[in-house]
Design a protein around this ligand. Structure first.
Ligand SMILES: [Cu+2]
Length: 299
């Protein structure tokens, strides 16, 4: 109870309000796309059409959940009060009522149909890429980092691990808003904007899961098996996800970072990355973070 009161007080406190305000301002001005924010109760902003559909379905479902919960609560309360032993000393012997039985059978069937149809449509859409992929990358989960491989003319492969605090300065990633603790990585997966991207997902040791909330993708990385998912990011920026399958002691420390850039930036980066990955990343960061600073200043 004391904990509850403490959290209630916190919710009402200025600290919480200022945290909300800060989060709103951050979401509003940041050109760094999406990552979790404190006290978040909703999804991250969608960066793909698929995530927009998932978000829609989540909200749609609430239109059934909330009224049903309220109805059941009211019925329970009514029965508890109206038919309590003291007010109702002689209980009814009724055992059947055809009308009520039809209602409580047909009602749930209709509700389930209303949920099942859009749900299956969404599921089908997730497994049906609307067009042929223009870029294929392979993500391999390891305990506890990711290997990325670009299936382009000359294959590009590199490892992506959590950014250690000691390496921030050398990597030029000291801005903790853009490169948050536990989410930032040393080498991001770079992809072009508005490009159909296929992701082949596998693992070397145990089952991991490749998940990117604002893209609406989450798929298991299973050793000896290749799973496939896809996304088409609509907005440039830096997106964060995490391994989403318990995979050992450092499960919480194998983030996924995807940097969505323009087509031209991607081509330049890809060409440079094949010979010098750290150099290519630095050049790209300088360009993108420079643009963001201009955008944040309101120019
Ligand atoms: Cu993992």
């Amino acid at each position: 109870m004391r904990n509850f009161l403490a959290s209630a007080r916190f919710l009402a406190s200025a600290k919480f309000l200022s945290a909300c305000a800060a989060a709103t301002i951050f979401a509003g001005t940041s050109a760094h796309a999406d990552q979790p924010v404190e006290w978040e109760t909703t999804f991250q902003a969608p960066a793909t059409d698929m995530m927009r559909q998932i978000e829609w379905f989540g909200n749609y479902t609430m239109w059934f959940i909330v009224p049903i919960t309220i109805l059941v609560l009211l019925l329970l309360a009514y029965c508890i009060v109206r038919f309590r032993a003291s007010a109702n000393p002689v209980p009814s012997n009724t055992s059947h009522n055809t009308l009520i039985e039809v209602i409580w059978t047909v009602g749930p069937v209709v509700v389930l149909l209303c949920l099942a149809i859009p749900s299956f449509q969404l599921l089908t859409a997730q497994y049906t890429p609307p067009e042929e992929a223009k870029l294929t990358v392979k993500a391999t989960g390891n305990q506890w980092n990711w290997d990325y491989e670009y299936q382009t003319d000359n294959t590009l492969a590199f490892n992506s691990a959590i950014l250690q605090d000691g390496d921030r300065a050398a990597a030029g990633k000291e801005d903790r808003k853009a490169y948050p603790r536990l989410l930032a990585v040393d080498n991001e997966l770079v992809v072009p904007v508005n490009t159909m991207t296929r992701v082949l997902v596998t693992a070397t040791d145990v089952i991991h899961s490749f998940a990117m909330p604002s893209f609406g993708i989450k798929i298991d990385a299973v050793p000896g098996r290749t799973n496939e998912t896809w996304f088409k990011a609509e907005k440039e920026g830096l997106y964060y996800g995490q391994c989403s399958q318990l995979c050992g002691k450092d499960h919480a420390f194998m983030p996924i970072a995807i940097r969505v850039v323009s087509d031209a930036q991607f081509k330049t980066w890809l060409a440079a990355a094949k010979t010098n990955l750290p150099g290519a990343n630095k050049t790209l960061m300088a360009e993108v973070d420079g643009q963001n600073k201009v955008a944040a200043a309101g120019n």
